[in-house]
Design a protein around this ligand. Structure first.
Ligand code: GAL
Length: 709
């Protein structure tokens, strides 16, 4: 046993942790924590999202689902430990990687490098979080549950372009963190050059081959990806539990001490918190506890069984390092033997089943599996054999019940909806004009997804009526209105956010208005210099194919700009202000429409989702709380989904996909705690056109018991 790691390993060997972002609604926390504990976990790992906790510089938000101290205390009350990943850069498919937008506007700032303004802000926020925890005695050094903290996040993956300044930044981050005297270790994930005493840790689908940068540091795995995230326009990734269990067992087989599932529960990106761009509102991640807080089987159960099996080996695991031997081609034994204790892991890392002789006995080793022998003799678990009895859960659709006494669907529910049309083009008095096309994020500071670019142009009588409007945008999507009518739209995708569209339009003689609504769908959260990636219609914008064959470049004209929507300024999302129309002629398939209705929550306690099938794209609020962006019309590609997913062999995020050719996300979680029993208000903003009367509810129910052998 390596002397310096002894105490640490003793504490950490059991720890199979989870990540629960404090973005979730606080009253789901106790149940999620309990389900994690029941699943055999010991530590809960969470990011701390800077932009969530400090939305305006110096104005902090630590209430409700931002109540980090309460979260840490709840974990402690359940008898579990905490790994606090302060960052404060997080990544996490979270808007702007967790950085607040105001940070971008500090003069002279350069993110994540040796830059004084950035370092000052990073230190201030990190110290603020550490102080909050210290004041409540939450570090293990004070008798509290926090056994680890993280500074930065996977900087080593993207540090090259930062050059020498990146190297000195990491040294600074390490000494800054150390100087905060938490009394517990700090980790840096994916940072091979992490300076002492930072522990460099591994993130990935497999980390058995990883070694920390010093013998004095334990081998730790901060992110074992239990599935993968979903993007609007993408198919749904999933990861078979046999492969996850194999990866976990391999890690402990080869001297691992701590592994964390990312995600064990991912939850929902409410509001405009998702990043990407194009990250879906759901952050389900195919995690052992699903988006709705229901255990996902057989994933949860098989991992629980795995955790039990590994814990049966604990005494041997903490007593010594493994002795690794080959048992044949692709067959490997690891033996932890010290005095009278002995535990063994027998792995078949090939893709065909095999038999191995070990200690004079013969063992069947299915392909891509590990057998765990807590006494070096009897197999208590093989990672490829799922034994846990399991349940399934599924959605039950219910019509949107609009009235207490209505009982189900109304014949014509149109009358129950009211609406307000969002003006096309400039309507607010804080609009401004400028020659040329502007970059969007620097203009809106992300106060809204929306930026209007408006132009009025005069044409002589002899102008050709038919022409093509060519628009180039850095992303992420746009709608073009000509003379007050939607003429066309364009969108990027998670691989390339840029939009490049040719929209056939009809101009009239005299004055014409071109109103372009550009929108962001979550800001970039990953990559070198990701904070400087732009968005919006930076051009060129041209009119092509005019009568005399010419092209007019409109890019450097004087454009008028409006940040956000009139309805956003008015606060229509609450449902309690605004002149809502409620005549019988409910507009359907009309762009830029706000809709409102009242509804009765589905009875019972099952988790609730709204099915937005029938709608186009927009954002929705229940009782004033944003449940996120909806985009059921963004359909995933037809191909790429395997008919079945073979867990044998290396996994990658595109190996196992489902839902090809279907909308990426139709169901949107409404936390029960946001609902009142009698009447609730649902407000939607629809950008492109939809029919709100098609909206329905779904409740997620636990179904029949079935057994996997
Ligand atoms: C990691 C990152 C996480 C998350 C994950 C993908 O690289 O550290 O924050 O973004 O990828 O879900």
């Amino acid at each position: 046993m390596r002397e310096a790691t002894k105490i640490l390993v003793f504490h950490l060997v059991w720890f199979l942790c989870i990540h629960v972002p404090p973005m979730f609604c606080a009253n789901m926390w106790p149940d999620l924590i309990q389900k994690s504990k029941d699943g055999g976990l010991d530590v809960i790992e969470t990011y701390v999202f800077w932009n969530f906790h400090e939305p305006v510089r110096g104005q902090y938000y630590f209430e409700g689902r931002g109540d980090l101290v309460n979260f840490v205390k709840l974990v402690a009350a359940a008898g579990l430990y905490v790994h606090l990943r302060i960052g404060p850069y997080a990544c996490a498919e979270w808007n702007y990687g967790g950085f607040p937008l105001w940070l971008h506007f500090i003069p002279g700032i350069k993110f994540r490098t040796d830059n004084e303004p950035f370092k000052a802000e990073m230190q201030r926020f990190t110290a603020k979080i550490v102080d909050m925890m210290k004041q409540e005695n939450l570090y293990a050094s004070q008798g509290g549950p926090i056994i680890l903290s993280q500074i930065e996040n996977e900087y080593g993956n993207i540090d090259k372009p930062y050059g020498a300044a990146g190297k000195s930044y990491i040294k600074w981050a390490a000494s800054m963190a150390t100087s905060l005297n938490t009394g517990v270790p700090w980790v840096m994930c994916q940072q091979p050059d992490a300076p002492d005493p930072m522990i460099n840790t591994c993130n990935g689908f497999y980390c058995d081959q990883f070694t920390p940068n010093s013998n004095a540091k334990p081998k730790m795995w901060t992110e074992n990806w239990s599935g993968w995230f979903l993007s609007f326009g993408g198919a749904m990734p999933y990861r078979p539990v046999e492969d996850i269990a194999f990866a976990v067992a391999r890690f402990y087989q080869r001297g691992g001490t701590f592994q964390n599932y990312y995600m064990y529960h991912g939850g929902t990106n409410f509001g405009r918190t998702s990043g990407g761009p194009f990250i879906s509102t759901s952050y389900d991640y195919d995690a052992p506890i699903d988006e709705y807080g229901i255990i996902r089987q057989p994933k949860w159960g098989h991992l629980r069984d795995l955790h039990k099996a590994i814990k049966l080996c604990e005494e041997a695991l903490i007593a010594t390092d493994p002795t690794i031997t080959s048992l044949g081609s692709n067959l490997e034994a690891a033996v932890y033997k010290s005095g009278t204790v002995c535990a063994a892991f027998l792995a078949n890392i090939g893709t065909s089943d095999s038999t191995a002789n070990f200690n004079g006995n013969s063992y069947q080793l299915p392909a891509w599996s590990v057998s765990i022998l807590p006494d070096c003799k009897n197999v208590v678990l093989n990672t490829a054999k799922i034994n846990s009895a399991s349940t399934t859960s599924s959605f039950i659709t219910q019509s949107l019940k609009l009235k207490e006494d209505g009982g189900g669907a109304l014949e014509d529910s149109s009358s129950e909806w009211s609406w307000i049309s969002e003006p096309i083009g400039i309507s607010k008095n804080d609009s401004f004009s400028k020659f040329g096309l502007v970059e969007q994020i620097n203009t809106t500071a992300d106060k809204s997804d929306y930026l209007w670019y408006s132009l009025s142009i005069d044409f002589e009588d002899d102008v050709s009526a038919q022409t093509v409007l060519h628009i180039e945008s850095l992303g992420h999507a746009l709608h073009a209105f000509i003379n007050g009518k939607l003429a066309g739209s364009g969108k990027g995708n998670s691989g390339n956010a840029k939009v490049n569209v040719d929209i056939p339009i009809t101009l009239v003689a005299g004055k014409n208005t071109i109103d372009l609504l550009s929108l962001t769908v979550g800001l970039q959260n990953y990559g070198s210099f990701f904070d400087t990636w732009g968005a919006g219609i930076t051009g060129p914008v041209t009119l092509k194919g005019l009568k005399n064959g010419t092209t007019i470049d409109l890019s450097s004209q004087q454009w008028t700009y409006q940040i956000g929507l009139q309805g956003e300024d008015l606060g229509l999302s609450s449902g309690s202000v605004g002149q809502w129309n409620s005549q019988s002629n409910l507009p359907k398939n009309q762009p830029l429409t706000w809709y409102k209705t009242n509804f009765v929550a589905p009875s019972g306690n099952d988790p609730v989702a709204i099915d937005f099938t029938g709608m186009g794209k927009g954002e929705a609020w229940v009782n004033g709380q944003s449940i996120g962006r909806f985009w059921p019309t963004y359909v995933s590609p037809n191909s790429g989904c395997a008919t079945s997913c073979n867990y044998r062999g290396s996994y990658s995020s595109s190996k196992c996909l489902k839902n090809c050719g279907k909308p990426s996300q139709t169901l949107y979680h409404v936390p029960r705690s946001w609902l009142q029993t009698d009447s609730n208000t649902l407000v939607l903003f629809e950008e492109s056109g939809g029919d709100p009367t098609q909206i329905s509810f779904a409740t997620k129910q636990i179904g029949s018991l079935c057994s996997h052998v």
